[in-house]
Design a protein around this ligand. Structure first.
Ligand SMILES: [Fe+2]
Length: 168
């Protein structure tokens, strides 16, 4: 049986994943406003991934007999001075997600809630990938600096990113 404090924190995480989607859609809109459609696509796909993460938590809470509740969310940052700044913001956001997943894992371990510990392992692995991806893009953007050819090549590359949802 999932205790109330753990299920409440899992529900908060579900809502935070949706907030993440909101943050990335705001970045996508900034990119679209700058006519950088490839970068916009990258963040739209990222937002889809976040919705998938939220639905994974939704299903888990339902499977464990817990009632999911939706919460309101803060207005995300809509203005950036550069693509690099937007990616840095995204990277910091992912680090915050990781902190929250670790906190959830700590509670689950404290409760000896093995099914939840197991469930959260997927998210822990996912966070390693998310952080690595943003870190590597930031490094590339810094190396590219003012080379506009390389920058637009990156934009074209990101236009190809797609999201195929795995099974929940
Ligand atoms: Fe996520």
């Amino acid at each position: 049986m999932l205790n109330d404090s753990l299920s409440k924190t899992l529900n908060e995480q579900l809502n935070f994943e949706l907030y993440s989607a909101h943050v990335y859609l705001a970045i996508a809109a900034y990119c679209s406003g700058e006519s950088l459609d490839g970068f916009a696509n990258f963040f739209m796909v990222q937002a889809e991934e976040e919705k998938f993460h939220a639905m994974k938590l939704y299903k888990y809470l339902n499977d464990r007999g817990k009632r999911v509740t939706m919460e309101g969310m803060d207005t995300p940052n809509n203005e950036y001075t550069s693509i690099l700044e937007a990616f840095e913001h995204a990277y910091e956001h992912e680090q915050e997600v990781t902190r929250r997943i670790y906190h959830l894992s700590d509670i689950a371990m404290n409760d000896r809630e093995h099914a939840t510990i197991q469930f959260l392992k997927w998210f822990i692995d996912e966070q390693v990938e998310e952080e690595a991806m943003f870190d590597s893009i930031i490094n590339k953007l810094k190396r590219i600096d003012k080379d506009s050819n390389a920058f637009f090549m990156m934009d074209s590359e990101f236009a190809l990113r797609t999201f195929t949802p795995p099974a929940l």
